[in-house]
Design a protein around this ligand. Structure first.
Ligand code: 5GP
Ligand code: ZN
Length: 114
């Protein structure tokens, strides 16, 4: 864990997060400023800043969590699709330096997306 990391604090239960899914390797919780209803973040429990810092076994765990969370989010808000995206690095818009996948519910004609 990293002392000053807000997402590590959510993993450790030191600050509240609306956790919707948890595995040995990963946690999913609702985004505090959602781009759409049900916008969820999926993170590895271990602190890594960028996608390429995540060791292979943990990356597999992260993908497995996404595999479960994506259809669950779609079902929860009755969305026909989702955009799943990583901002990887500050210049890509990454504000929280703990790897996270955005799972954003998408609806026909919503005009969003990367
Ligand atoms: P980034 O720009 O780093 O890809 O996305 C960071 C995301 O984390 C943003 O969508 C932002 O709303 C969310 N976020 C930032 N701080 C918190 C927090 O304390 N709790 C939760 N649940 N989400 C947060
Ligand atoms: Zn962290």
């Amino acid at each position: 864990m990293s002392e000053d990391c807000i997402f590590c604090s959510i993993v450790d239960g030191d600050i509240p997060g609306r956790i919707v899914h948890e595995t040995d390797d990963a946690v999913a919780f609702l985004d505090a400023n959602p781009l759409a209803r049900g916008h969820t973040l999926v993170i590895p429990k271990s602190h890594h800043e960028r996608l390429d810092d995540v060791p292979a076994e943990e990356a597999t765990g992260l993908y497995s969590a996404l595999h479960e969370v994506v259809p669950a989010v779609e079902a929860a808000v009755d969305a026909p699709a989702t955009t799943v995206a990583f901002n990887n690095g500050e210049d890509a818009g990454q504000e929280v330096p703990h790897v996270h996948a955005h799972v954003v519910p998408r609806f026909e004609g919503d005009g969003g997306g990367p």
